[in-house]
Ligand binder design. Structure first.
Ligand code: BG6
Length: 364
């Protein structure tokens, strides 16, 4: 059972500093500013020959795949994108010999992801897995991979597995980057950033009371937006997914830049927006877009860094610790887990087993 905790979800949220440490353990090579991933089964020549990375997963694994694609593009400068594994197989995908396919799955049993892996391998493609459950079907089907060591995850809404997936992608991006153009200094900078992540997570989880208060307000709304741009957009998608899964409120993710092209029409006092605003090159533009929401009476919760100046914006702010920019997405995701959790708790829902959903979908 969940032991001293009210639910598995809360237990698993609180385990994240430890699972983050586990996925990194023994895999950081400070001396050469790189990662050591023994299970990839890719030598340096094969790694250099990769011209594209295609990431496949479902649900939260798909959204973290989008975060992973950005990491790979930024650090390794290899074109990368993520796609829902449930769609991939049905469009007769072009399997390229110099593409590295990456399947992401907590359970390793999600049938849509498994069938995508089998389709790629049938056509001669190379697939690696980012999988939590050792010896699972997806892990067995892949050419190699990274085990996530998150420990068993019971709650349907993925939390600690997702954190380890992000860190797994950071390791992969670091290793791919270092056989290409990422400098040893940048590699070491990333390693230092990764080593600080578990403490940053502890710090964020320490603000639980604050999240409970904000979540109660959000839970009253029938419909909410989660918005972000570039690195922040998959964070918004994951935040909306968590919120809708367990609160049963309509939560929709949007790119902040697209608000003015449609959804702004829905903004009013009863429709709150949770905005992801990291301190990056887009912060000013993000804040300007949020003024458009505030001007229409839309309540705002802004997940950001202490260094971002919100000016006179009327908003509730949640600051996460600053780290290496590339690693921001995972820390920005954590408050969204807690907002979803507290909203569902407030509404009295079954947090670990939301209606209509299964932890792992093993039928087509
Ligand atoms: C869904 C679950 O059905 O499967 C999600 O409800 C999960 O929470 C998704 O993210 C993928 O699962 P897995 O095991 O492949 O990571």
């Amino acid at each position: 059972d969940a032991g001293e905790h009210a639910s598995y979800m809360l237990k698993e949220i609180l385990e994240q500093p430890d699972s983050a440490e586990r996925v990194l353990r023994g895999r950081l090579v400070e001396r050469f500013g790189t990662a050591h991933l023994g299970g990839l089964n890719l030598d340096a020549r094969e790694t250099r020959a990769i011209s594209r990375v295609k990431i496949l997963g479902c649900g939260s694994a798909y959204y973290v795949g989008q975060m992973g694609a950005s990491l790979i593009e930024e650090l390794a400068r290899i074109p990368a994108d993520a796609e829902a594994a449930s769609e991939f197989r049905y469009r007769n995908p072009i399997i390229e010999p110099d593409t590295l396919y990456v399947a992401v799955s907590q359970s390793g049993e999600t049938v849509d992801t498994l069938l995508a892996v089998q389709e790629i391998r049938r056509k001669g493609g190379r697939v690696i897995g980012l999988v939590n459950v050792v010896g699972s079907a997806i892990a067995r089907e892949c050419d190699g991979g990274i085990y996530l060591h998150a420990g068993p995850e019971v709650a349907v809404a993925s939390t600690k597995a997702l954190t380890t997936m992000f860190l797994g992608f950071s390791l992969l991006a670091l290793q791919l980057g270092r056989v290409r153009d990422l400098s040893i200094a940048d590699g070491r900078r990333l390693i230092e950033g990764l080593q600080r992540i578990p403490d940053h997570i502890r710090q964020i989880l320490g603000h639980d009371d604050e999240y409970a208060t904000i979540a109660k307000q959000l839970a009253e709304a029938e419909s909410l937006f989660f918005v972000g741009r570039v690195r922040g957009y998959p964070v918004a998608r994951e935040g909306a997914q968590k919120f809708k899964e367990i609160s049963y409120r309509h939560a929709e993710a949007y790119q902040t830049s697209e608000l003015k092209h449609g959804p702004l029409a829905l903004i009013e006092a009863s429709v709150p927006t949770v905005a992801i605003v990291p301190d990056d090159e887009l912060a000013d533009r993000n804040v300007a877009a949020l003024h458009e929401i505030a001007a229409r009476g839309g309540p705002l919760v802004v997940v950001t860094h202490a260094t971002v100046d919100l000016g006179d914006l009327t908003a509730t702010r949640i600051d996460v610790p600053a780290c290496e920019r590339e690693l921001d997405p995972i820390l920005l995701t954590l408050p969204l887990q807690l907002l979803a959790y507290h909203a569902a708790l407030h509404l009295g829902h079954d947090i670990d087993k939301p209606r209509n959903l299964a932890k792992s979908v093993t039928v087509e």
